[in-house]
Design a protein around this ligand. Structure first.
Ligand code: PLP
Length: 452
């Protein structure tokens, strides 16, 4: 069966973010057939520890009967209806209210979609519409950071700062600008992290001034840059950036697609960084990945203008506010609350992960470890003292990731940073297994590169 699946997959299935030739040369995909708790099972019966929670999204872990039941019940009662015809469904109404309660003060209205990418596209159109309504239609430029990831649609990939993505399809679109990320390891030079955080914020101000504040619609950022390599900004960064946005009347938009719903040990990382965004982007952990769902949370400034002055907002998706996805999201949030998973990450497993990762610092090819809650990175490099990378960049990460995969632990590599972002149900024993495997695999990587 496995061989047939692999052949068929290779023949018919174009995978996202995949080197097709490389996949074919390796003999095709590993087929995942089951999952329970924090483990996956492949078609050959091997159990795999999922230290990435799928794609940073399965916050409550796999195999939750409550979520299946919520979907089943809602499908029987009302599998679908839309919100276009001055209509709404109970799950979408209840979820919008629940999100208003959980998110930071002021973010009281939800616009639903199905993915983080479409939520960012919604945000771009909504913000440009807002500035036009305010009589400032020239405020169209979006500012974000190098290494940002905001999705794969034309607008969200333009918003992202991934050079490889921009290299395909003629991106970024006009009106999307990028500044230096608060990535001390690569950009910090001789500066202390705190001083560098201020310099990275200054880069935002300089860019706004060079574009002209009258042209800048919004600054968009992930509180910590996830798919860019778990870039955790110095504490000095966000307060300055928030002040700069206010100073120049630039909207502040946080993309909490990865950091939302407990990942950092807080419901939203904005709480941790003291951010009061005008809009917030949510997806992934909103349903723990059990069904596709996203939301743009909109604060009073934009929402009041849209409602009072906007007329019809010509935007929406067939699946905006899908009742089954919303019912699953509500039950998912109930699980997070009932099992106090956010508190568990904040008080127990988050600090434990930080302690265990810190033990890797003494390894001769580990340049830095960083984490917040249950998301972290271990930066591999040729010379920890000078933070010099291996060449070519990305090779060490790929080797190490493949060793982990072969050892039945899924981690991800971004360039040479080894990334972890496990389900929030991870116990200390899982963290031990993950970190111990990672150390063994870093040893193997060092030997493969001729360093040890
Ligand atoms: N924003 C962030 C911060 C993300 O990490 C992602 C996906 O990884 C997205 C947006 C895009 O979400 P989706 O893949 O659901 O379109």
């Amino acid at each position: 069966q496995t061989v047939r699946w692999r052949e068929s997959d290779t023949a018919h299935h174009l995978h996202p973010f995949t080197d097709y030739k490389g996949l074919a040369e390796e003999g095709g995909s590993r087929i995942i057939t089951h999952a329970d708790g924090v483990h996956l099972t492949d078609s050959e019966g091997r159990r795999i520890l999922d230290a990435m929670a799928g794609l940073w999204c399965v916050n409550v872990g796999y195999g939750r009967p409550e979520l299946a039941q919520a979907a089943y019940d809602q499908m029987l009662q009302l599998p679908y209806y839309n919100a276009f015809f001055k209509t709404a469904t109970p799950p979408s109404i209840e979820l919008a209210a629940k999100l208003a309660e959980l998110t930071p003060k002021g973010l009281d209205r939800a616009f639903f979609g199905s993915s983080g990418s479409d939520a960012n596209d919604t945000m771009v159109r909504m913000v440009r519409h807002f500035w036009a309504l305010k009589g400032q239609p020239e405020k169209t430029v979006f500012l974000s950071r190098v290494h940002a990831y905001h999705g794969s649609t034309m607008a969200s990939a333009s918003l992202g700062g991934q050079a490889a993505m921009h290299g395909q399809g003629g991106l970024p679109l006009p009106g999307f600008e990028h500044v230096m990320p608060p990535y001390w390891f690569d950009y910090g030079g001789e500066l202390s992290p705190a001083t560098f955080g201020e310099a990275a914020a200054q880069a935002v101000e300089d860019k706004i001034l060079s574009i002209g504040p009258e042209n800048v619609a919004a600054f968009v950022g992930e509180p910590l840059q996830g798919a860019g390599g778990v870039i955790i900004p110095p504490e000095t960064y966000w307060p300055r950036v928030q002040d700069i946005c206010r100073k120049y009347d630039v909207l502040l938009i946080v993309d909490e697609v990865i950091t939302g719903f407990g990942r950092t040990g807080h419901w939203f990382a904005s709480e941790y960084y003291g951010l009061e965004p005008d809009l917030m982007i949510l997806a992934k952990g909103i349903t723990s990945g059990y069904l596709p769902l996203s939301a743009v949370m909109v604060g009073p400034r934009v929402a009041d203008t849209l409602i009072a002055e906007g007329g019809e907002f010509f935007h929406g998706f067939t699946y905006s506010g899908h009742p089954v996805a919303c019912a699953v999201a509500l039950e998912n949030l109930a699980i997070l609350e009932r099992e106090q998973l956010v508190e568990k990450v904040r008080d127990d497993t988050g600090p434990y992960l930080a302690r265990r990762l810190a033990e890797l610092r003494d390894h001769p090819i580990v340049g830095e470890v960083r984490s917040l809650g249950l998301v972290g990175a271990v930066e591999l490099c040729a010379d920890p003292a000078t933070r010099r990378h291996f060449e070519p960049l990305g090779k060490a990460g790929t080797i190490c990731r493949d060793h982990c995969f072969a050892s039945d632990v899924i981690l991800r590599a971004v360039r040479d940073a080894m990334i972890v972002s496990p389900p929030l149900t991870f116990e200390r024993t899982h963290i031990d297994q993950m970190v111990d495997t990672l150390r063994t695999c870093i040893d193997r990587t060092a030997r493969d590169l001729g360093v040890l």
